[in-house]
Design a protein around this ligand. Structure first.
Ligand SMILES: [Zn+2]
Length: 91
């Protein structure tokens, strides 16, 4: 049975490998070397990787949405009122 692994949340690569350690497993990206948390079983390691991947993607999405809103707020600023200084410096 094969688990479906999410793409790498860092580089988007689909070349994801699982690595076994002495007492644990973890999922690693072959492209950028990103890795998920170590877990006791293969299945748990994959689960954690997928969870991390989704979380990171969600965060990135949120970030870019906030950035977009930030940029939009600049566009909606009222135009600088011209001529204020001219009338104020009337002495
Ligand atoms: Zn990667």
């Amino acid at each position: 049975m094969r688990y479906q692994l999410e793409n790498c949340p860092f580089c988007g690569s689909i070349h994801i490998d699982s690595a076994g350690y002495l007492l644990s497993y973890r999922i690693e990206c072959r492209e950028c070397g990103a890795c998920g948390p170590k877990r006791k079983t293969h299945a748990l390691a994959k689960e954690s990787w997928n969870h991390q991947s989704r979380e990171l993607r969600f965060e990135k999405e949120l970030e870019s949405r906030q950035l977009l809103e930030h940029l939009n707020s600049f566009g909606s600023l009222p135009p600088p009122s011209a001529g204020v200084h001219e009338t104020a410096s009337h002495s």
